[in-house]
Design a protein around this ligand. Structure first.
Ligand SMILES: [Zn+2]
Length: 235
């Protein structure tokens, strides 16, 4: 029942949900050393067993676990409240990053040492943070330790939240990358030649609807609809 999915697949799946907060955890245990590149599901099942049998929760606590290879393993259904950060669980999206991101020598540490959030795992986390931040606000990205009553270092003392969020903000969306290369498109309408900045994508020119204003139209936005009225300015 647990599924391994890519970041792209995850973000597509999440589109239909609304979240108040993004909760960021590290598993602490298992760590990177417990991951062999093939045991995604096994690790997720062992976490569920621990949550259900030891902690007596109804299901695995988190919605999703981020593996060191950058893939995600589904957990609790997205529309069910997670067991994540007490007091903040309603409407939260709960993520566990597999690993122990506490610095070595800091208590409490486990005997397997600490892991680096790097490579594909970091890339996937930043992409999720970017998606969440742009949609629901970067302020709503929470580290477990942000909750004063948590009493934990989670998601690890080696992770700096401000730095990570700034890195997530810096990720450019596909649309922004495309719009960097704008084309000047010539349009003839009503016998009038105008040039509009737009982009060529999928063999179609995309231009902002506002260009109609230069032809005497009034372009507005009402109740989720674009309204276009001809003002007859050039008559
Ligand atoms: Zn935590």
């Amino acid at each position: 029942m647990f599924r391994i999915i890519t970041t792209e697949e995850l973000l597509k799946e999440l589109e239909k949900y609304k979240f108040k907060q993004l909760h960021t955890h590290h598993t602490w245990k298992p760590t990177h050393r417990n991951f062999d590149g093939k045991n995604h599901i096994k690790l997720q099942e062992s976490m569920r067993n621990h949550h259900v049998n030891v902690k007596k929760w109804s299901d695995i606590g988190q919605h999703i676990t981020l593996m060191p290879d950058g893939t995600w393993v589904t957990g609790r259904p997205f529309d069910i409240t997670p067991a994540s950060i007490s007091g903040w669980n309603t409407g939260a999206l709960a993520v566990e990053m597999l690993g122990n991101f506490d610095k070595i020598g800091e208590l409490p540490f486990n005997d397997l040492g600490y892991d680096e959030l790097e490579g594909k795992q970091k890339e996937s986390m930043l992409m999720l943070m970017n998606w969440f931040g742009e949609k629901f606000g970067y302020d709503n990205i929470k580290f477990h330790r942000d909750n004063p009553s948590a009493g934990k270092s989670c998601p690890g003392t080696s992770l700096n939240k401000v730095t990570l969020i700034n890195e997530a903000k810096a990720i450019k969306k596909e649309s922004e990358v495309v719009s960097d290369k704008k084309d000047l498109i010539k349009i003839n309408l009503h016998g009038k030649d105008i040039e509009v900045e737009g982009i060529l994508k999928d063999q179609t020119y995309h231009v902002p609807i506002r260009f109609l204003e230069r032809l005497g139209y009034e372009v507005g936005w009402q109740d989720g609809k674009v309204t276009i009225n001809y003002k007859g300015e050039d008559k």
